[in-house]
Design a protein around this ligand. Structure first.
Ligand code: ATP
Length: 307
């Protein structure tokens, strides 16, 4: 299967798409490469599903170009080298898991064995069970087995771990890492930022139909000055929230977490006002803070544009 000129397995170039009056994508550029996991992030309505729909050939762009293995994504040959796990899979509930994997594999030119697919997805003990009788998390794992059974070179995973418990999620993460290490490309959309942080080689943040930031997790983190100050304090949240430079304050059990661009000033105030303060800790921003700051800046920009 061919890649496009720049070595990408798939790409959007200046792609735009509207639904009636809603401009869902405006001139988006995106390249997906082998051996790399790209996390596509953005608030609800940012255009992620639309971008994926174009790459999968489910939608047609109004303008710009869309390539899948150097071809039109509607081309059946190109589609045989992708694996897809979308949010609403409608699978026949009476079929057994083994039958579903066998049936799906038969569509691909060089599929994995049923056993290998089932083991990679952690469903080897469920092969004889009817799909409809499985729990939500088990059904998600079966959908993952169906996405990878055709030995795809490019895998699209739309919020793959929703509804999974911690153990299932961590197994799925290792399977995804295995697929990337084999040289395959993976596109992941998720609202769990720790998932993107754990898996992504590259992160693309979308908002209002545009790519507003793209780079490695570290590069995105470095773009934001935000830090996290954690401590145990009896000071009321409302007081801390009013301090200059404080962006967000949350409290879980007795731990208070403050997102701020002025960590040292906040720490000084905490120490001055609370003689009982304990467990003070200052950390660099995680992807979650970077995301909050990037999308907040974008909202400010959009309000300025509108004014
Ligand atoms: N079939 C459709 N008809 C009309 N508008 C649509 C349609 N699909 C999406 N939209 C609109 O296009 C915009 C982009 O939607 P899209 O589903 O691509 O966003 P998203 O980033 O995937 O959001 P989410 O995180 O909520 O899944 C939104 O304003 C949405 O309401």
């Amino acid at each position: 299967m061919a890649s496009s000129r720049d070595g990408a397995l798939a790409r959007l170039h200046q792609a735009s798409k509207s639904y009636g009056k809603v401009n869902a994508l405006h001139g988006v550029d995106l390249a997906l490469r082998g051996g790399e996991l790209l996390a596509l992030l953005g608030p609800n309505g940012a255009g992620k599903t639309t971008a994926i729909g174009l790459l999968l050939g489910l939608l047609r762009a109004d303008a710009g170009t869309v390539e899948l293995f150097g071809q039109d994504p509607q081309n059946i040959d190109a589609r045989r080298h992708i694996g897809v796990m979308l949010q609403d899979a409608n699978l026949p509930s009476t079929l057994r898991v083994g039958e579903l994997i066998r049936l799906t594999s038969s569509w691909y030119p060089a599929p994995r064995s049923v056993q290998e697919s089932a083991e990679l997805a952690g469903v080897a003990d469920l092969l004889e069970r009817p799909y409809g009788k499985l729990s939500g998390g088990q059904q998600r794992r079966v959908q993952f087995a169906l996405a990878l059974c055709g030995r795809p070179r490019l895998l699209f995973l739309d919020e793959p771990t929703v509804g999974m418990d911690i153990e299932a999620r961590s197994k799925l993460w290792s399977a995804i890492r295995h697929l990337v290490a084999e040289g395959n490309g993976v596109v992941l959309t998720t609202h769990y930022l720790e998932e993107a942080e754990a898996l992504a080689d590259r992160v693309c943040v979308m908002a209002r139909g545009r790519v507003i930031s793209e780079g490695s997790v570290d590069a995105l983190r470095a773009r934001v000055a935000m830090k996290r100050v954690r401590c145990t304090t009896q000071l009321p949240i409302e007081i801390i929230e009013a301090w200059p430079g404080v962006v967000e304050v949350t409290r879980e059990h007795d731990r208070t977490c403050i997102a701020t661009e002025q960590a040292e000033c906040v720490a000084r105030r905490l120490l001055a006002l609370d003689a009982e303060l304990a467990d003070l800790e200052i950390r660099a921003a995680g992807l979650a803070e970077a995301f909050t700051e990037l999308t907040r800046d974008d909202n400010v920009a959009s309000l300025q544009e509108a004014a």
